[in-house]
Design a protein. Structure first.
Length: 245
């Protein structure tokens, strides 16, 4: 079990790097000894899950593509994310969402309505567009590569939805850089008047999915710290089967 867990940790560390990792970097990130790293890398390279390139860095191998294709083929992301969204809604009593990149668009993938008597209007599953004004959209843009971010912004006008919507590209890029640095995003009535949203990433922003909630402004501000803590815990310690019990 320990070897299997460490193997997965190595794969994730390599996947989250920009250009692969050296043996030393893998050991430091996964916090295991060099001999164990060599042993696990040998297994991963012989099975085609990772490949060593010219500068002695290890990158993901071609067989990882089989896993990615299988994920898409077998189960839609919304089905993976729905238990987490329902758990967030139960724990905060607010409307909860998951959003992610789908075919070049930032899309609402799962929704669970809150139980508070007064709820803000919810964004429906499948909604796309206006990522610049949504906490989930800003978070996904913040952690995307510069090229991906720019390609999205080049094809999606910064529509002014409310008086607080950011419509200046330079200001939005500064906001996105700040979001990336702090590790979460807030929509301060930028998408709809009276509505605020909060979004947190999975896998420190390396995942193409995020968790979000929305609430009327007064309640959003009152419970901000509590809700942020709940969301960060769910995103970090997700255990899908247990969440629907």
């Amino acid at each position: 079990m320990q070897s299997a867990a460490r193997t997965v940790e190595i794969l994730l560390a390599i996947a989250q790097s920009e250009r692969g990792l050296t043996t030393k970097e893998i050991g430091e990130q996964v916090n295991i000894g060099r001999q164990a790293v060599y042993h696990l890398l040998h297994t991963l390279t012989t099975t085609g899950m990772v490949t060593r390139v010219d500068d002695n860095r290890f990158v993901l191998g071609l067989r990882v593509g089989t896993l990615a294709q299988g994920f898409e083929r077998q189960l839609a992301p919304s089905e993976h994310l729905a238990p987490l969204v329902r758990a967030l809604s139960r724990q905060t009593e607010e409307t909860a969402y998951a959003a992610g990149w789908r075919f070049g668009e930032i899309t609402v993938l799962a929704v669970a309505r809150g139980t508070n008597p007064v709820q803000a209007a919810e964004t429906p599953q499948g909604h796309t567009g206006n990522a610049h004004a949504r906490a989930s959209g800003k978070l996904l843009l913040a952690f995307a590569s510069r090229a991906t971010r720019q390609a999205y912004l080049d094809t999606h006008p910064l529509a002014e939805l409310t008086s607080t919507t950011i419509t200046d590209p330079a200001e939005l890029n500064r906001e996105l850089d700040a979001v990336r640095a702090q590790g979460y995003a807030v929509d301060n009535e930028e998408f709809a008047p009276g509505l605020c949203c909060l979004a947190v990433p999975f896998d420190a922003g390396h995942s193409p999915f995020v968790l979000a909630l929305s609430a009327p402004k007064d309640r959003f501000l009152q419970h901000f710290n509590r809700n942020l803590s709940i969301m960060q815990h769910l995103a970090e310690h997700r255990t899908y089967p247990a969440l629907d019990t």
